[in-house]
Design a binder for this molecule. Sequence first.
Ligand SMILES: [Zn+2]
Length: 270
Amino acid sequence: MGEVDAQPLLYPPLLKGGFQGIVDSHCHLDDLRFEGALPSLLHRAGVAGLDHIIVPCSKPDRWGCVSPCETMGVALHLAYAIHPWYCEGINPETYHRLACYLEHAVAVGECGLDLGARGGDLAEQVTLLRNQLILADHFHLPVILHAHKALDMLWGEVRNFPALRGVVHSFSGSFQQAKQWVDHGFYLGVGARVTYANQRRFHAMIAAMPASALLLESDAPDQSPQHWRGKNNEPALIVETIRALAALRNVAGQALVDQCRKNSQELFKI
Ligand SMILES: [Zn+2]
């Protein structure tokens, strides 16, 4: 997820991927860049073959701006959390509001750690993460994790909650790191990075992971696939990620869609 972009939404050509039952496990429909555009976006998502989208509402001042619903044949499922980019100004009232939203959520997310330039004070990030892991444990909800340059540190925190399950969104670690998360029952979110050239190590790592560990994600409006880079992403473009990932793994696209759907249903109980 990223900063608000004042550019008007530019739509890519309507994509009919020939797939059915695609689950987008990570899409920021609450992002201001999508304001007023949801009916059109969801129509385009439906045409592309999507029927479920998980929406991680990760900014406290945007909680509640998207509701769980089914529209244009696409069901929206909500998750809530405080992203590590927004740890400033969090107080007990924020956690109380979060707990109220979590009563009707499919997951706690996205939360995590960010050791890049955009992450806040590290001590604050860790406190924020720990409090949210406690909430996830309390509500028996899976977690949607953000890890930027922080995979091992994140694992050091998550391992303190042995019952916790979840997905590491936009996973970009090494083979060994991926294996560690997968061996402990976590899923790996795979997005448009599989469509980028010059990502050989990443491609090899993702190709080697068991199909039972993968979730498809758009991360829209960020992380556009190769041909749409630099412009706002949207859920319908996940079709390109599916094609690229299926080619990498040498499987049929629909078989990949079906497996990832099953994985999403298991994790989010949708
Ligand atoms: Zn995200």
